[in-house]
Design a protein around this ligand. Structure first.
Ligand code: PSV
Ligand code: MN
Ligand code: MN
Length: 387
């Protein structure tokens, strides 16, 4: 039976897309940071900007922090500020990659002093979670080697396991550890958590509250990401996404920009597993170097919603029948019928039902918010990467 648009709109309301605080600060490549007028000067202003995205999409009620990029003396106050602005603090991201001590790694470093420093930072991030009410700690390690023989591959895995276990033990009963993998960069020969398999092995050893983060930009070309998603869902170990684009490598551009069909295929696995509105977090991990930041984040949220709406439109019964009958072309047609549907009217209708403007980008532009912050804010902060 074909899916009704009522059912699609109801399911879409369950989809929450979490925003990264760093998407709102100045950022750039290693060649140049193009400063934009009116960018936030502190974590409070980043949250205020993120709240604008939620205001016009109704789909982004949580903001991820990155510590120490979002350092403040009073995290409780920051959490309360978020709530006052209609959002809340989501995942806490650690940073063990921007310190001279981490030249040879952080938790995998051969020197126990450096490892201790990195672990202490991760424990401090759990303190921030306690103060802000955040439930998830996201760990990405830049650790790795540039040359064969530079360090012992297996010893580094032992050090990693030891560090993860100490931090896992510190988590509260409702808190989770989310481990992100990345194929390469900044290390070029061997990365200590390069793939989903390595991340999953560590999570399985740690316990049930450890799960894997799939950053869509962190794979080799042509990797079948939806297969990884299906596999992790099957094991109950898909913790979160870092959604972004991937033209050549980890570009951190708008989700769905390079390959909207891939985003659809990923969301199709999520919908098939009934995983919307559950424990999987749908986060953006983006930086906007040349485009206006708030509008770019709104556009990204809409891209994820469009891919999800198409996935929700897949006629599962017809697909199942075609699969059972070995009808290869029929099964493909069912999937493509959904993908080829223009879901923009459906999403506009859904927004109107929620009391929102059907066109979030136009509504934000008309609000005058961008002009008012340009007038108020002078000397915007770097997002972190461009610092
Ligand atoms: C690393 O490339 C990464 O994807 C990690 O998630 C970091 O925390 C994030 O980028 C920061 O932009
Ligand atoms: Mn990421
Ligand atoms: Mn990345």
């Amino acid at each position: 039976m074909a899916v009704t648009s009522d059912a699609v709109r109801a399911a879409l309301r369950e989809l929450r897309i979490e925003l990264p605080s760093w998407a709102f600060g100045n950022s750039g490549t290693r060649f140049k940071v193009f400063a934009q007028a009116g960018v936030p000067r502190d974590p409070f202003e980043k949250i205020a900007d993120a709240a604008q995205v939620h205001r016009y999409t109704g789909a982004a009620p949580e903001v991820s922090l990155h510590i120490p990029w979002d350092a403040t003396d009073d995290y409780r106050q920051l959490g309360a500020f978020a709530v006052d602005h209609g959002v809340s603090i989501g995942v806490i991201n650690s940073n063990t990659f921007q310190d001279d001590d981490y030249r040879l790694g952080s938790v995998c470093h051969p020197d126990p002093r450096v490892r201790r420093k990195a672990i202490d930072h991760l424990l401090a991030c759990v303190d921030v979670m306690d103060a802000t009410g955040s439930r998830d700690l996201k760990l990405w390690f830049a650790d790795g080697l540039n040359y064969p023989g530079q360090d012992d591959l297996r010893a580094r895995q032992d050090r990693l396991a030891e560090a993860l276990s100490e931090v896992y033990d510190r988590l509260g009963p409702e808190q989770r550890m989310l481990l992100e993998y990345k194929l390469f960069e900044p290390a070029f020969y061997a990365t200590d958590v390069p793939d989903w398999g390595t991340a999953l092995l560590h999570c399985l050893r740690l316990g049930e509250r450890a799960a894997v983060v799939v950053d869509t930009g962190h794979h080799a070309p042509h990797t079948n990401i939806e297969f990884i998603v299906a596999l992790l869902l099957r094991e109950g170990r898909l913790g979160a996404f870092d959604l972004n684009s991937r033209f050549y490598a980890d570009d951190d551009l708008m989700a769905g920009a390079a390959d909207p069909f891939q985003l659809f295929r990923i969301m199709n696995e999520i919908v098939a597993a009934g995983a919307i509105g559950g424990e999987v977090r749908f986060m953006l991990d983006q930086c906007h170097n040349i485009e206006p930041k708030i509008a770019a984040v709104i556009r990204s949220v809409m891209n994820v919603q469009e891919a999800t709406a198409k996935a929700l439109l897949v006629d599962r019964a017809a697909l199942h029948t075609a699969q059972q009958e070995g009808d290869v072309l029929g099964a493909r047609a069912v999937l493509m019928d959904a993908y080829d549907t223009d879901v923009r009217p459906l999403l506009a209708e859904s927004r109107t039902e929620m009391g929102l403007d059907p066109d979030p980008i136009a509504a934000f532009a008309r609000s005058g918010y961008a002009e008012s912050v340009i007038a108020q804010r002078v000397g915007g902060a770097a997002a972190g990467w461009g610092a």
